[in-house]
Write a protein that binds this ligand. Structure first.
Ligand SMILES: [Zn+2]
Length: 850
């Protein structure tokens, strides 16, 4: 049953559940098109509820029978579930339903992927498995029996019994239905064990399809490192006898933290030197950690309702970033995170999809698994830690775990813990959760008689539904450098609470150069007039690695804007400054590789909008190409030396040291290929023994216009490996000449290996086009039309992935009238589809009504 008019749900309408669940027994009789699900659930009236109405969620279920306390009953089937008259006392509900995993292409609830049964229940997938109060504040103990001839049958918790054609599992920890999981298939196990701090032995398994068993070792090591790290840093131990991970090819998200049975998109767990890049390895390590960390921040303490999603996601993203910083390089991780935050979250905050970190309404919760909830949510945790200090942060976390273990909690609960343990009033800080939009932080400075004054003003532009914003508390980390480049004031955190506020530094002997917002201490846009000379000075001398990198980026951006608007030549000062960084062997190679990077096309488009111009995507692309060619020429003498110096000769390891060296050598190769006709890239391609080297060489060959042979050879070599072929699809589109990127993408959708049923492949193809601005925004609208054609085809099969990819259009109001008209026509065409999903309807309407 589909809702006729999708209903908006409001945080302010929250009501406690009318009935609580004491225990749940589920039996699954697995069959591809006719799985039977038998449920036996003990309900008890909630003494705190004001209503006795009994309602269970349920969607796409065929109801076979229902009983209360053993007697047959006939419930009323209503939109989204069922209602029934029930006793005013504890009672046992039994139901039998039939579902069809094989035809479930939405990949929510129980579905099949390559012959394997698996589930995805967050946020509201459990209602597609059986009738249940499918809300996170209803927590219960689950016992599950799975009947099937398949050799591997898994669910949450600990195994309690198994035999010919069945397995039983019991999870002693009460959990909401969204953490339920089931897997059945012919899977191979990569086993290990872990002994917790208190001496408890835990069985660890990674289950994969036959053929993938050689790609589990790295993930297993990452899991064990995560378990140790959470014990050491947060004092959190694992709490079951067994921890299982399963890799699934068809999956909408990255991975899912179901209690004791994490289910992963295979792209986020399978790793080998031959098939995964260094970036893949780093991401896999981080995602395994993230899902594992959810065992405490998400599972033991869950969310009261879906408006509180950032409670588990912001905190867990913050924790996984801390973990990566500890395992690898803290500055490099911070720079990478800020690049991603600006690319995704600032973009979201600046457009029609802007929403608070804790939204106050939604139509479809799947549309709120966003960069704002996750990445900005994590920034808020980082700011809170900066404001209260490290010791107070961990003390507050201990109180949070003590007080709320077993709870379905709220942002208020979270902040109260900090208020009580530190004595600090967080009323103003809470605005970060409630107000959408990225604050602009303007700075003015003066120097007189040895006193340097910084005056900050904050303002946040209006966002949908929020015109007025109140000043927020902003931690601003500042350091001061004297004219010879020495640091005279080390990093100091200024706490801004007013709309406009001044801070004084006294006793200086000369006017200093300020380094503001060190480490990116708050998710704001710094608006400060600066000269290229000052940027070059900070790039050379700043002791804060983030701001050192930031200075180089600002210098590059300023030069590019002049090239785009006035047809200026590449800025010589930038070329000299970045050459200095490249040559400086005392700097971390990974940092130098990042310093060689340029602002993205999307970043430049937004910069132009902020300066009052209408961006021309093709002009932006051409300016970047011109600058890269100028860099290649300007550094011609140094690049081959760097390339040779940072070749790794030891056996491949995906660690920070080796991957840093490879990232610098490959950044050099990318520039060298612009002037040597691809000779060095071809040599690297021919000798590569790992995917990082092979893919970088392929990219450099494509950039040099010499990729044809390598593209064909790459396909022949890897056609049996889905994850590698995803890279092959994506690279050809993202590196295509924008003049024919849409045609390249269209041709690849006709390739026999293209399938829209696999979200990874769909994103690798249409997502790559959407993320190549010059190609996607081609003036004739071919990119828009191609994407809309495929979104319309995908929506009936997989609403979640369709809706998420609609965000490709979220920046449309930036562009000229012709492009806006072309995009509006495609958005209207999508909205005019009959039976458009609730997910896509909500997303496209929000974008269209901007
Ligand atoms: Zn998560």
């Amino acid at each position: 049953m589909k809702d006729a008019a999708p209903q908006k749900i409001y945080l302010s309408d929250y009501q406690v559940p009318n009935y609580l669940v004491e225990d749940v027994h589920l039996t699954f009789r697995l069959a591809p098109e006719s799985t039977r699900v038998l449920s036996r659930i003990t309900f008890r009236p909630n003494p705190e509820a004001s209503s006795k109405d009994f309602f269970l969620h349920g969607e796409d279920l065929k109801l076979i029978s229902t009983k209360i306390d053993g007697a047959a009953v006939t419930p009323d089937l209503v939109v989204g579930g069922l209602a029934c008259a029930v006793p005013d006392a504890t009672f046992v509900w039994e139901a039998e339903v039939e579902i069809s995993p094989a035809t479930n292409t939405a990949l929510e609830g129980l579905y099949m992927s390559n012959g394997m049964y698996c589930t995805q229940c967050e946020a509201e997938g459990f209602r597609k498995i059986t009738y249940y109060p499918d809300r996170p504040d209803v927590m219960s103990v689950f016992t599950v029996r799975i009947e099937s001839d398949l050799p591997v049958l898994l669910s949450n918790g600990n195994p309690v019994a198994s035999g010919e054609g069945f397995a039983e599992w019991h999870d002693p920890w009460p959990k909401p239905a969204y953490l339920f999981a089931l897997v059945g298939g012919e899977l191979i196990n990569h086993p290990d064990t872990f002994t917790t701090k208190s001496g408890k032995e835990v069985e660890l398994n990674i289950y994969v399809r036959p053929g993938d068993e050689g790609k589990c070792a790295f993930g297993m090591e990452a899991l064990k490192k995560s378990m140790i790290w959470d014990e050491e840093v947060y004092g959190r131990e694992y709490d079951l006898d067994i921890f299982n991970i399963v890799a699934v090819d068809d999956f909408n998200m990255g991975a899912m933290e179901n209690k004791g049975l994490n289910i992963f998109n295979s792209s986020c767990v399978l790793a080998s030197a031959e098939t995964s890049t260094d970036m893949n390895f780093e991401r896999i390590e981080a995602i395994i950690a993230h899902e594992y960390f959810h065992n405490w921040t998400g599972n033991r303490i869950t969310c009261r309702d879906w408006f509180q999603l950032c409670l588990k996601e912001g905190l867990t993203v913050y924790r996984d970033a801390q973990f990566t910083a500890d395992m690898r390089s803290e500055p490099v991780k911070r720079i990478e995170d800020v690049i991603a935050l600006r690319a995704r979250q600032f973009r979201e905050d600046n457009g029609p999809l802007a929403h608070p970190v804790r939204p106050d309404s939604f139509v479809e919760i799947n549309n709120f698994y966003t960069a704002t909830v996750y990445e900005k949510g994590a920034e808020l945790i980082g700011m809170l830690k900066t404001l209260v200090g490290d010791a107070a942060y961990y003390k507050a976390l201990d109180l949070y775990f003590d007080r709320h273990d077993g709870d379905a909690a709220t942002i208020e609960d979270w902040l109260t813990v900090f208020e009580e343990s530190t004595g600090r009033d967080l009323t103003q800080f809470k605005r970060w959760y409630e107000q959408a939009g990225t604050p602009r932080l303007a700075v003015e400075e003066s120097y007189e008689d040895g006193t340097f004054t910084l005056t900050f003003s904050q303002s946040t532009p209006p966002t949908p539904g929020q015109d007025q914003k109140d000043p927020r508390v902003i931690p601003i980390a500042v350091g001061l450098l004297n004219p010879n480049g020495d640091e005279v004031v080390p990093t100091t955190v200024l706490e801004m609470t007013e709309a406009t506020q001044s801070f004084r530094f006294e006793g200086l002997t000369a006017r200093p150069t300020p380094s503001i917002l060190r480490g990116f201490s708050a998710p704001v846009i710094l608006e400060r007039a600066s000269s290229n000379a000052e940027r070059a000075f900070l790039l050379a001398h700043d002791t804060d690695p983030f701001n050192k990198w930031e200075a180089g980026r600002a210098l590059a951006r300023a030069g590019l804007v002049k090239m785009i608007l006035n047809g200026a030549a590449p800025d010589g000062a930038y070329l000299d400054a970045v050459l200095q960084v490249l040559r400086d062997d005392s700097l971390d190679p990974a940092f130098r590789a990042l310093a060689l990077g340029l602002p993205s096309q999307d970043d430049l488009a937004q910069t132009l909008v902020d300066q009052g111009h209408t961006p021309d995507p093709q002009a932006i692309y051409e300016a970047l190409e011109t600058l890269k060619m100028a860099m290649a020429t300007h550094m011609q003498d140094v690049l081959p030396r760097i390339y040779a110096q940072y070749q790794v000769t030891e056996p491949y390891q995906p660690d920070a040291e080796q991957s840093g060296a490879r990232s610098l050598a490959n950044a050099a190769l990318s520039l060298i290929s612009r002037v040597d006709s691809g000779t060095a890239a071809q040599a690297q391609y021919d000798s590569a023994d790992n995917m990082t080297q092979q893919l970088a060489a392929l990219a450099a060959l494509l950039t040099a216009g010499k990729g044809e042979q390598a593209v064909a050879a790459f396909y022949e070599q890897w056609k049996e490996d889905r994850l590698v072929i995803d890279k092959w699809f994506g690279l050809q589109i993202s590196l295509a000449d924008p003049a024919n990127a849409a045609e390249v993408a269209a041709a690849l959708t006709q390739h026999p290996d293209f399938t829209m049923k696999n979200p990874n492949r769909f994103r690798a193809t249409l997502g790559a086009l959407a993320m190549s601005p010059a190609g996607f925004h081609r003036a004739d609208g071919a990119g828009y039309k191609l994407l809309a054609d495929w979104l319309i085809q995908l929506d009936p099969l997989n609403p979640q992935t369709t809706a998420r990819m609609c965000s490709a259009f979220e920046t449309w109001k930036r562009y000229d009238c012709d492009r806006q008209a072309l995009i509006a026509a495609q958005l209207d065409r999508i909205l005019a589809q009959e039976a458009l999903s609730r997910d896509t309807q909500e997303m496209v309407s929000r974008i269209r009504n901007a």
